[in-house]
Ligand binder design. Sequence first.
Ligand SMILES: Nc1ncnc2c1ncn2[C@@H]1O[C@H](COP(=O)(O)OP(=O)(O)O)[C@@H](O)[C@H]1O
Ligand SMILES: [Mg+2]
Length: 168
Amino acid sequence: MTNEARQGNSPNSPNPTAGEPHAACAQSDALRACRCRPLPGIPAQAMFPSAPEIVSAARHFVRDALAHDATGLHEDLVDDVRLIVSELVTNAVRYGTEPGDSVLVLLAVTDTCVRIEVRDPVRRRPRFRAVSQERDRGRGLFIVQALAECWGVADRPFGKAVWAQVAR
Ligand SMILES: Nc1ncnc2c1ncn2[C@@H]1O[C@H](COP(=O)(O)OP(=O)(O)O)[C@@H](O)[C@H]1O
Ligand SMILES: [Mg+2]
């Protein structure tokens, strides 16, 4: 076994990725409560071939996984998590993949947090852009920022993971 595999750091490792939170959420009280560390346990995960249609499939996956792993979650929280997944998967399809690539979605739940992670094979990182009224673009990361306690990006051996955590 390679060191990478031993550390759970292979490209499709089932373990959540460590990663520094984005500076915009690094100082919040919620962050301190949430800690933004990879959560214990093996998360639910699903791999999708990159295509616009997978956004809806990823939303369904998250709804079903939450219904199975976290019964009793408030409906608003489930909606927030699904919206975050929509934005991150849309971005992974648009900017993080080429035809033939895959997108991996992981969902981990603990007593205090729901953590979403979306992995794609491109190292270039998301960055806030000026919101454009005409093109209806540039809102995704602001939505993630508004809904998540914290979020961030971590390099992976073949690409990156964009993650977000929501407090329960
Ligand atoms: N997974 C990603 N890989 C590479 N670049 C990304 C990714 N996600 C977002 N970006 C970059 O961050 C920018 C802002 O993303 P976002 O706020 O969702 O706005 P939009 O998707 O409407 O452009 C994108 O325009 C893109 O340049
Ligand atoms: Mg977007």
